[in-house]
Design a protein around this ligand. Structure first.
Ligand code: PLP
Length: 439
């Protein structure tokens, strides 16, 4: 093991030895190298005469640049756009995102969490999480209605075993019994259980209620209390897009980040969906657990391991994107802008709900409960989802997603309110086409 990894592990062990048990083999071996990046960071502070450390180009003391690039960047300087960002991400952005987490999650008040580490979008945050916390063969518990890319990230690339529980009870709430059975069985078999929960959920658009959140948090804490190590990751990609009074207004991360020493809470989020900036590719990974004594060195050690994983994969996330996001977060108009866009999505969700009240749809599908996010999902009663998807495309020029054989996902985030009724009428027509005259 590299001495720097040993040093980080020593710091982590002195704050909470269970963290080391929960880290993957790779996670235990990870460190942030004192290589070019840290030597050049040191030189930036001290090499006032000549600094010839880092692999960028300078001209007359400034970042070398092409006018054809710079003229597109408005008032953003080359130093804020073209140079490398740290593997950890821009410090000011990490601090601003962390401050935002405390504003958006009331239960975080008074708790200590890591500084978020910047990733290249949330996919990369999930995959970095998997590298640090999952060994090949580890079991991850997640609902049967889930973002399909977890298959590639967790199972295919990382070799984890995915165990799915039915997301909803028949009357349409979070299926605690199924979730608890899966978690308890995995904990009993392996002594370690990892879960990934995603609210607002892709593909259903469901976010748990405060009461459901309480029960999930209590159960995971009790599992840790009984002696299993629990790695609980929260994919909060669609955070903040909550409609009506039903969904809980904060991440489960906030409830669980200081629940138990055997429980490592990991928050995966970013600007992608929440700030309507998909292609900027800015995500974050943030840790919370119980640490005895000063938590800062332990969180810093975890941040260094995370940044080491990033250094060894993409090196660092786009500097320009981070600068744009930081300036947007600091803009006085930012809160109002965000609220206005959230309201548009909420109105679309309400329109979808109103249209689907019509009993004419009842024989064709049942909508899953939805109260948040970008999506809603139909459980089809009579036809295969992939067949329907293709028919909708070929006959009507309408594009939806077949999640599996039974479920069709509608991204109402892409629909104008005025098109909602036409969309569902078209889907119904297509269902009837496939059912045939006697269907
Ligand atoms: C639940 C969930 N997590 C993560 C992502 C990926 O986000 P990003 O584009 O930031 O990688 C998506 C995108 O569809 C998603 O639905």
């Amino acid at each position: 093991m590299h001495p720097l990894a040993t040093e980080l592990n020593h710091i982590i062990r002195s704050g909470n030895p269970h963290i080391l048990e929960m880290l993957s083999d790779l996670g235990r071996n990870l460190f942030f190298p004192k290589g070019i990046l840290s030597q050049s960071a040191e030189a930036k502070q001290k090499a006032k005469h000549i600094n010839a450390t880092i692999g960028i180009a300078l001209e007359n003391g400034r970042t070398m640049q092409l006018d054809s690039v710079m003229k597109l960047l408005g008032d953003i300087s080359a130093a804020d756009a073209l140079t490398y960002a740290p593997s950890f991400g821009l410090l000011a952005l990490r601090e601003a995102w962390k401050a935002g987490l405390f504003e958006k999650n009331r239960s975080l008040a008074g708790k200590s969490i890591s500084l978020p580490v910047v990733t290249s979008g949330i996919t990369h945050a999930v995959s970095t999480f998997a590298e640090l916390w999952l060994d090949p063969g580890d079991t991850v518990v997640l609902p049967d209605l889930f973002w399909g890319n977890y298959n590639l990230i967790l199972a295919l690339r990382r070799g984890a075993r995915l165990v799915h529980f039915p997301f909803f009870t028949p009357d349409g709430g979070f299926n605690h019994t199924a979730f608890e059975d899966s978690v308890a069985r995995t904990a009993a078999e392996n002594g370690k259980v990892s879960v990934i929960l995603n609210f607002p959920n892709n593909p259903t658009g469901y976010t748990i209620t405060a009461r459901e959140a309480e029960r999930i948090a209590a159960f995971l804490t009790a599992t840790a209390e009984k002696g299993a190590n629990v790695v609980a990751a929260f994919d909060d990609a669609y955070f903040g897009l909550f409609y009506g009074d039903e969904p809980i207004r904060e991440s489960l991360f906030a409830r669980l980040c200081s629940a138990h020493p055997r429980l490592m809470a990991v928050k995966l989020d970013g600007a992608t969906k929440e700030n309507f900036a998909w292609g900027l590719r800015v995500g974050f990974i943030t840790y919370g657990t119980c640490i005895s004594g000063d938590s800062r060195p332990v969180f810093e050690a975890l941040e260094k391991k995370t940044a080491g994983a990033i250094r060894g994969c993409i090196s660092n996330a786009a500097h320009l994107s981070q600068t744009i996001l930081l300036r947007s977060l600091q803009a006085p108009e930012y809160p109002a802008e965000k609220q206005a866009k959230t309201r548009i999505l909420q109105q679309r969700a309400q329109r979808v709900k109103a249209v689907l009240e019509d009993p004419k749809y009842q024989a064709a599908w049942t909508p899953y409960p939805f109260n948040s996010g970008y999506f809603m999902c139909l459980r089809l009663k009579t036809v295969d989802a992939e067949t329907l998807r293709c028919h909708l495309l070929d006959r009507y020029g309408v594009g939806l997603i077949a999640v599996d054989a039974h479920n069709l996902r509608v991204a109402f985030s892409c629909l104008e309110e005025r098109d909602v009724a036409e969309l569902f009428d078209t889907v119904l027509k297509a269902v009837k086409d496939l059912e045939g005259p006697t269907g």
